[in-house]
Design a protein around this ligand. Sequence first.
Ligand SMILES: Cc1ncc(COP(=O)(O)O)c(C=O)c1O
Length: 412
Amino acid sequence: MKNPFKIIACDLGPNIFWEDVLLSIKLLFNPKKNGIEIKNLEEKFSQKFGTEAISFNSGRTSLMAILKSLGLQNDDEIAIQAYTCVAVPDAILWSGYKPIFIDIDESNFNLDPRDLEKKITKNTKAVIIQHTFGIPAPIKEIVKIANKYKLFIIEDCAHATGVKHDNEYLGKFSDAAFFSFGRDKMMSSVYGGMVITQNKILAERIKQYQEKLEFPSKKWIIEQLFYNPLIFVIVQTYGFFNFGKIIHLLSKKLKLLSKAVIELEKKGGKPEYFPKKMPASLARLALSQFERLDIFNVKRLNFNKYYQEELRDLPIANPAFNYPLLRFTIKTNERDKIKIFAQKFGIYLDTWYDQPVAPKGTDFNAVGYKINSCKVAEEVAKESLNLPVNPNLSKKDIEKVVAVLNKYYAKS
Ligand SMILES: Cc1ncc(COP(=O)(O)O)c(C=O)c1O
């Protein structure tokens, strides 16, 4: 039966189903740091990708583990694209290196190889290829440049777990890749991450790095396990006399709701829960999501195709990429008006990435981003609007998003 009070939101537990809520509650009775679940999760990834797989408590720690295993010198430069999350330059800074920002290609939200070649210096030692929203970056061109300048290649698959390109999984085109199981990623255990690599020596070093880390505290694990039940109640009751909305505000105020990025990180600071191992309870949540990842991705692909078809005649830039997307991102100079309009119908759209280094409030100086250094990324960030392709939505929900967009343009 359809719940009339439920909202459609890009960012509130896009992959959460009843079974995830029940599992989180069960795990809350016995939150575990160590356990067999961690190895089980690593084995599943190792089998799926045909690589070594080493888990961590986040994409951030995963990236640190790769960087710290490459044998780089302090202050070496790592090239990353602008139009990214502060988590990426932060993980580089926390590892003792320097992020340099490369502009993007506005047609695919990914790193522009031409700008990469312009910005490489003798200190640049690695390039991170981010597959933004699950759209594959121009891998061949980037690899060619990386080989010319002898750069390590790391794939940031935070948005692209289980996405295939040219019959191969993203994550297999580089020296090492990492995934994120953050709350709003392709599969989610609220926090979590995995490194994959085909290079045995590198894998050994990353495993040694993992062994030396500690687990996050029990308190932190419990906080993450609370997230799914809390967010589920919020989404389901949002429209019931604002009940869910009030719980959302209250739980944020009382710090009950775990945050993806905290204020300290926006200034380049490192919370004490990075870098850390993947705890067993979150690995259990991730295992359950992993079993459904391919089903989630088929849904994401179908919703994406539906939007492409139905939005063709609207005055928005509508990307035609036949991949399972994390978010279906359109470009429009009316994005703030559309966002407000859609809320009246219980649809909460999002604006990833609304700055060259997001989220709002990020201190560009602290993370080494210079205004005007990536002009395309800055422009695209002003116009980006994400439509949901959440696997926990129904076709009817997606039809509603399309209908509301049509309504907006019919009135204006
Ligand atoms: C592109 C990108 N890379 C890396 C990360 C970091 O992943 P995590 O949140 O698991 O640390 C994020 C997180 O939002 C991201 O969007």
